[in-house]
Design a binder for this molecule. Structure first.
Ligand code: IPM
Ligand code: MN
Length: 360
């Protein structure tokens, strides 16, 4: 298969982790005889520094004409601490999601058996947890009208959803549930918010088309607690933009490190693949960032194009690295490997599976 992949490394640890994913994808291309072409472009704070725009036209054009986008991370503390900044790195990612029509962000979360003791949660609570969060990505409070009063003493962010916006992601969530444990949990705040009541009503209607899937509902505050008390109850979580942002970071604790959590953003033609973690500026350039979230996002890219054997080769290599403790310090404190060394290891396992004695 021939694929044109736009690579947007972004800020902080983005470039170093993305480089490992490209390494891994090249190893996949060699072993399985595909042609993957990579083209890089700037985004985020890096793009503001260079061109004054977090999503330059050339970057957007490249993404639109590519088959897929591999995205690193975005954000820089110099903007986080400056509430007056008019141009912010995050605007680049939000605009990109909107322009590419990426309305669904898919975030799988599972507990790796080898890592259950690494989580601050008790092993018996998380062992076997396996869920996927469907986070709405181009609506809600993130994209509603924003304003600040003239005297600067009040501000507002509007949260709006339409039936169409809810329906299209609900269908994806139910279809995913049909291939998993057949349960969808809608996370909302329907006891308070009008938009949440629209979500409930709409999702109940959509559910009628998926009679084999069980649907239940949780208020987001309770869901946040249930995530820690009993994460095994979840199969597919369906939720709006901001709730999904928050509970997916919380859910990452189950996996043992946020550095392991992959995501795919889909909707229209071009899909985007990015780790759920941020730009981790404190670690930038130190070689300590975990590249696995980005590499597993690359595995989702392969799955998106139906390359399931190839994706499985990547996932098996990652499992092997975890089993052998070939890991960055977020997982392996005492004897850790660098970001690039983890990438090199995965590259070599994928290139020569026999050498590493994994069944494939
Ligand atoms: C994420 C990030 C982004 C979001 C930021 C960087 C805009 O936190 O992808 O989860 O809030 O969606
Ligand atoms: Mn987030």
């Amino acid at each position: 298969m021939k694929l044109n992949i736009a690579v947007l490394p972004g800020d902080g640890i983005g470039p170093e982790i993305t480089q490992q994913s490209v390494k891994v994808l090249n190893a996949v291309a060699d072993r399985f005889e595909h042609e993957f072409y990579f083209e890089e472009a700037v985004v985020g704070a890096a793009a503001i520094d260079l061109l004054g725009n977090p999503l330059p036209d050339a970057t957007l054009e490249l993404c639109k004409k590519s088959d897929a986008v591999l995205f690193g991370a975005i954000g820089d503390p110099k903007y986080d601490n400056d509430p007056e900044a008019k141009v912010r790195p995050e605007q680049g990612l939000l605009k990109l999601r909107k322009e590419l029509g990426l309305f669904a962000n898919i975030r799988p979360v599972k507990a790796y058996d080898k890592l259950v003791d690494r989580s601050p949660l008790k092993a018996e609570i998380i062992k076997g947890a396996d869920m996927v969060i469907f986070r709405e990505l181009t609506g809600g409070i993130y994209f509603g009208e924003k304003s600040t009063s003239e005297d600067g003493r009040s501000a507002s962010d509007l949260c709006t959803y339409s039936v169409e916006e809810i329906e299209r992601i609900a269908h994806l969530a139910f279809k995913a549930a049909q291939l998993r444990s057949k349960k969808v949990t809608l996370v909302d705040k329907a006891n308070v918010l009008e938009t949440s009541r629209l979500w409930r009503k709409t999702v109940k209607e959509v559910a009628k088309e998926y009679k084999d899937v069980e649907l239940d509902f949780l208020f987001v505050d309770n869901a946040a607690m249930q995530m820690i008390l009993n994460p095994k109850q979840f199969d597919v979580i369906l939720t709006e933009n901001m709730f999904g942002d928050i509970i997916s970071d919380e859910a990452s604790v189950i996996g043992g490190s946020i550095g392991l959590l992959e995501s795919a953003s889909v909707g229209s033609k071009v899909a985007l693949f990015e780790p759920i973690h941020g730009s981790y500026p404190q670690a930038a350039g130190k070689g300590i960032a975990n590249p696995v979230a980005s590499i597993l996002s690359a595995a989702m890219l392969l799955e998106h194009f139906g390359l399931t054997t190839e994706a499985l080769a990547v996932r098996k290599a990652v499992e092997m690295s975890i089993a052998l403790n070939v890991c960055t310090p977020d997982i392996n404190k005492d004897n850790h490997y660098s970001t690039a060394k983890v990438g090199d290891f995965l590259e070599s396992v994928i290139s020569d599976p026999e050498d590493h004695d994994i069944n494939n």
